[in-house]
Design a protein around this ligand. Structure first.
Ligand SMILES: [Mn+2]
Length: 327
């Protein structure tokens, strides 16, 4: 008798994002335990960029899943979980999702993290219990929802989960990121933090983190409740997004411009500990310029050569937020 080949599950996740990797781990744990114990996983990170998002994405698994990232109407997509407000590239994609009757595609923008969303959906729809990954789920929800006690906790990185967040956001080797998806299912966060390769990745990133606080301090300009900074000349794409509020606790919003090999990026955020309430929906604001995100944090991507355009839009957004704050 011919042995059946293992089912090949391709999992696409939001790259360099704690919630993205944790989502991949919770989804994989569900697949192996509830769908097929012999399933073989293949991982690929997806990043927001200008232009066609899924152009070089190959849905080449027997089943294909996207977690914590935008919807694709590709017929080869089997599973989808996302919690971003800006989850659809077009109204056609949204209509395609609404018409789906597979029972395997899920969207709910009221969740702080996709990780917790997946855990609750697989419980509700498939009776699957993810509680053995409770620590991971709790931290993904805390990190993606920015539920830290204060900016110090978010920037000083004392907890293993916070250190891992920095490793995930800073590591560029996809083999390391994919390894973490597996480790998340087998070890505690403190144990993962003790792994030699994680320590080796952590040390230079932590050094860079300390330097980045000084770089942002030097570039930031805070007025009318809004911090603006441009670090496009500083080779600093993966900085900790709470640094501006650590430096300027009185700020409500922050607008940053950065540059990497594949994109120029405007990051727009709001201070979770702001003394003044946030009144602007940052996903809607970023959507006006072709970006997206959540009400509390959004981003817009440009081609690297469009940096001057990114800068001028970032300044326009800064003026708008400053005027909203001074009203
Ligand atoms: Mn997320």
């Amino acid at each position: 008798m011919r042995l059946r080949n293992a089912m090949k599950m391709k999992v696409f996740f939001h790259d360099n994002c704690f919630d993205g990797l944790a989502s991949a781990a919770v989804f994989s744990n569900f697949c192996r335990s509830a769908i097929d114990p012999k399933v073989e996983f293949f991982y690929e990170g997806l990043a927001h960029r200008a232009g066609q998002l899924f152009l070089d994405v190959r849905f080449d698994g027997d089943q294909n899943a996207i977690v914590d990232f935008k919807y694709s109407s590709d017929p080869r997509l089997t599973w989808w979980f996302d919690h971003h407000q800006s989850a659809f590239l077009s109204s056609e994609d949204e209509a395609h999702f609404r018409a789906d009757r597979s029972g395997r595609k899920f969207h709910d923008a009221s969740y702080r993290s996709c990780t917790k969303f997946i855990a609750e959906k697989v419980r509700e729809c498939f009776g699957f219990d993810s509680s053995r990954l409770a620590e991971l789920i709790r931290w993904a929800d805390l990190i993606d929802g920015a539920q830290f006690a204060d900016a110090q906790a978010a920037v000083e990185l004392r907890e293993p989960a916070m250190k891992l967040m920095m490793v995930i956001e800073g590591v560029r080797a996809s083999t390391h990121l994919h390894a973490l998806v597996t480790e998340f299912q087998q070890k505690s966060l403190a144990e993962i933090m003790e792994l030699d390769w994680v320590q080796a990745a952590f040390r230079p990133l932590y050094q860079r983190h300390l330097e980045s606080i000084e770089i942002i301090r030097g570039k930031a300009d805070c007025s009318d409740g809004t911090v603006y900074f441009d670090v496009s000349g500083n080779d600093l794409e993966g900085y900790n997004k709470f640094i501006p509020y650590y430096l300027y606790p009185q700020a409500t919003y922050c607008v940053g411009v950065s540059l990497s090999s594949f994109r120029a990026k405007i990051s727009v955020g709001s201070n979770p500990w702001s003394p003044r309430p946030r009144t602007q929906n940052l996903a809607a604001l970023c959507e006006r310029y072709g970006g997206g995100g959540h009400p509390v944090v959004g981003a817009i991507s440009f081609m690297p050569e469009d940096l001057p355009k990114a800068r001028s839009i970032a300044q326009e957004i800064t003026r708008e937020l400053r005027s909203a704050c001074s009203q």
